[in-house]
Design a protein around this ligand. Structure first.
Ligand code: ADP
Length: 170
C-alpha cells in the first residue's frame, strides 16, 4: 500500500511561484536526459513577468514530475525527444504541464489502466524494472492539489502525460 493510502504522507501547501518552479523542475533532469541521448526541450512562453502563484507542496510536485520524466526517459530510445509544454488554461484557471516523448508508446488496451496501482503495460512488464506504483501515487498527489492527470498515447508513437494545477495570477 502506498504511503498516501496509509495516511503517513504529509502535505505542506505553500504559495509558490509557478514559472520559477517549472523552470527549476525542468532543469533538474537535463543531465539525465542528455546521458540517455534524448533531446529534452522546454516549451514555455511564460516568463518571470507572467509569474503566477500556485499553492503546492513543491517536493510532492517534484515527485510527480520526476516519475513522469523518468518513465519518458526509460521508454524512449537514444536519439529520441522529450518535450515539456507548459500552458495556462482558463475556466478553471490552471497551469497545465505536458511531457511528450517519442518512445515506445502505450497500447489502447493498456492506456486506461496506467494510473492504477501495480499496473505495468504488457510490453514493459518483463524488463522495465518499475514498481507500477509511480503513476498511481502521482495521481493521488495531483488530485490532492485539486488538479488532474491524464495520458494520451498510441503504441509505437510516443506518449504524452499531462497534469494540471489550479492557479491564481498575481
Ligand atoms: P513503473 O514503476 O512500472 O514505471 P508507473 O506507474 O510509473 O510504473 O507506470 C505504469 C506503466 O505505464 C509503466 O509500467 C509503463 O507500462 C506505462 N508508461 C508510463 N509512462 C510511459 C511512457 N512515457 N511511455 C510508455 N509507457 C509508459
Amino acid at each position: 500500500m502506498s504511503r498516501l493510502e496509509t495516511k503517513q504522507f504529509h502535505f505542506q501547501l505553500v504559495p509558490t511561484a509557478g514559472v520559477t518552479m517549472v523552470r527549476q523542475l525542468f532543469a533538474k533532469y537535463e543531465l539525465d536526459a542528455a546521458n540517455a541521448g534524448i533531446t529534452y526541450t522546454l516549451d514555455m512562453k511564460l516568463t518571470a513577468g507572467h509569474e503566477l502563484m500556485l499553492t503546492v507542496d513543491s517536493d510532492r510536485i517534484e515527485q510527480v514530475y520526476a516519475n513522469i520524466v523518468y518513465n519518458a526517459i526509460k521508454f524512449t530510445r537514444r536519439g529520441g525527444f522529450i518535450t515539456v509544454k507548459v500552458e495556462i488554461r482558463d475556466e478553471p484557471s490552471e497551469l497545465v504541464i505536458r511531457l511528450t516523448d517519442s518512445g515506445v508508446g502505450i497500447s489502447d488496451e493498456d492506456l486506461p489502466h496506467i494510473f492504477e496501482r501495480f499496473y505495468k503495460a504488457s510490453k514493459s512488464r518483463s524488463n522495465s524494472g518499475g514498481s507500477g506504483l509511480g503513476l498511481a501515487i502521482a495521481k493521488e498527489i495531483v488530485q490532492y492539489h485539486g488538479g488532474q492527470i491524464w495520458a494520451e498515447s498510441r503504441l509505437g508513437e510516443g506518449c504524452s502525460i499531462s497534469f494540471s494545477l489550479p492557479m491564481h495570477r498575481i
